[in-house]
Design a protein around this ligand. Structure first.
Ligand code: HEC
Length: 106
């Protein structure tokens, strides 16, 4: 492979990596709003909240210990992969994160 081809392939790889990253975090946000938001809404079964409700380490603990299931068992409603995407979104936008997101469920 000559240098030009190598450079093009490298750029394409880096670009697709960033695309995957941004698509991944949009997916976590969409799942959070559509699925957690089914119950967590004004007048709903539970209070609405935003990612800034907790600090990153608290969200990590919340998911790693499945703390939600002590209040209400939601294990049947989410695949492990969906929970992972939502956790990543909440951790990345937690109160102590570099991009805190106070606009959450309504
Ligand atoms: C089937 C309905 C339902 C779904 C879906 C649901 N929740 Fe809940 N959630 C509840 C109920 C009920 C409570 C307990 C009442 C309350 O604290 O408002 C609760 C409590 C919570 C609490 C407060 C826990 C505490 O210790 O104070 C958090 C945080 C939370 N849920 C996050 C989530 C997240 C994140 C999702 C999506 C992955 C989610 N919930 C999906 C019903 C639901």
């Amino acid at each position: 492979m000559n240098k030009k081809v190598l450079y093009t392939v490298l750029c394409a790889l880096i670009f697709s990596f960033f695309l995957t990253l941004t698509a991944g975090s949009a997916r976590g946000r969409n799942l959070f709003i559509s699925k957690c938001g089914q119950c967590h809404k004004t007048g709903g079964e539970a209070e609405p909240f935003a990612p800034t409700k907790y600090a990153s380490i608290q969200w990590e603990r919340f998911f790693s210990r499945s703390l939600h299931n002590r209040k209400k068992d939601i294990s049947g409603l989410f695949t492990p992969e969906e929970l992972e995407a939502i956790e990543r979104y909440l951790v990345n936008h937690a109160a102590d994160s570099s991009q805190p997101e106070a606009a959450g469920l309504k």
